[in-house]
Design a protein around this ligand. Structure first.
Ligand code: GUN
Length: 355
């Protein structure tokens, strides 16, 4: 925290360009998968590069990739602190306990944890409303499925992922309420062979449009080979499957990373729980395929406009779970507490949420 306090009370303008190396804000990023995953981690990496470019020699960023959600993560974060990093972005849900442990000791380091829920004096949590992107993809899926059965390759059974599965299906059912859905869990964020196997089993079960909550383009690649359709998630995955690709729900972490760096440089870093969506430019459905009817593209645009101006919320009742129980009453808009606790499948999804 030395540089922030030193900068704040100075009234006279100081030449920013000549800041000595020691005065740079050092920022570390911890990644769960390789930066080449084309998805989740790749997008964080784009965010890191964007802030490095934007803030120039005021900051110095670095990253460590393929860090498991284990004590390894704590070790990496402690190393980063030892190397003088004062801001650490830990970018996977399963780092939560390790962020808490490191942060309790390293009080002069600010931690930013995606996508956990435990904050602290020096720990903020942040996430993107990926469920909004899932819903927009669902609209397209609902129009393009011929078998009326869509599928999701699911990663780790936490509310975020269950919410995304449900939101995708709600989007599809906004086009045709009779649409059914199947889910296969791989219990990992990044496991391309397992992701492919899961996709294959969905296709063999009659699914012809797939979404996924894993980190790689494996599902799309499998769709390409098998002549069905799928979406990219987190990154623009269109290049991995030119025929199968229906659109990519792309996360942009740059607006949030820019805010955090600005705040930190100004000595105004704050803990909190930040959840940005379509409205803040954090998520968008991009590169919708040419063969998707214009009327459907218009529906996507309309939903997006509603997300932006607040007139439309994905989770507006009535919503029923797949046992027929009403979980959200007609006309009611779910609050964040509801969204963060979703542990059921909506009507039309086969099976049960694990655990
Ligand atoms: N770690 C790797 N991928 C993801 C993801 O999609 N969500 C969360 N919460 N953590 C991840």
């Amino acid at each position: 925290g030395k540089k922030e306090e030193a900068a704040a009370p100075t009234a006279a303008p100081t030449p920013a360009a000549a800041a000595p190396a020691a005065d740079k804000l050092k920022i570390g990023f911890v990644y769960v998968s390789p930066v080449g995953d084309g998805g989740w981690t790749y997008q964080h990496e784009l965010g890191r590069k964007a802030i490095q470019e934007k803030f120039g020699d005021k900051i110095e960023t670095s990253m460590v990739e393929s860090v498991p959600e284990s004590a390894d993560a704590e070790r990496v974060m402690r190393d980063m602190a030892g190397q003088g990093n004062k801001l650490v972005f830990a970018t996977s849900f399963g780092y939560q306990e390790f962020v808490q442990k490191a942060a309790a000791d390293l009080k002069d380091v600010k931690f930013e944890h995606a996508t956990g829920y435990k904050t602290g004096d020096n720990v903020a949590v942040y996430d993107t409303k990926t469920f909004e992107g899932a819903y927009l993809a669902g609209i397209v899926a609902g129009a393009m499925t011929k078998t009326k059965t869509v599928g999701v390759v699911a990663s780790v059974p936490i509310p975020e992922v269950v919410r995304n599965i449900n939101s995708f299906v709600l989007g599809a059912q906004s086009i045709d309420p009779s649409i059914k859905a199947k889910v296969v869990w791989v219990n990992e964020w990044f496991a391309p062979p397992k992701e492919s196997e899961a996709a294959t089993s969905l296709i063999n079960g009659g699914v012809d449009v797939m979404y996924q909550n894993t980190n790689s383009p494996a599902v799309l690649k499998t769709a390409e080979e098998r002549g069905v359709r799928a979406f990219g998630k987190d990154g623009d995955m269109s290049s991995f499957a030119p025929k199968a690709h229906l659109g990519s729900a792309v996360i942009d972490w740059t607006p949030y990373y820019t805010k955090v760096v600005e705040d930190t440089l100004a000595g105004k870093w704050q803990t909190g729980n930040f959840w940005w969506g379509v409205k803040e430019g954090a998520i968008d459905l991009k590169k919708i395929a040419d063969d998707v009817p214009q009327e459907i593209k218009d529906k996507v645009e309309k939903a997006k406009a509603g997300m932006k101006d607040g007139s439309f919320a994905v989770w507006t009742g009535p919503v029923q779970d797949n046992t027929g129980k009403q979980v959200l009453e007609a006309g009611k808009v779910a609050d964040d507490a509801f969204l963060r606790g979703i542990n059921f499948y909506v009507n039309g999804i086969e099976g049960k949420v694990p655990g």
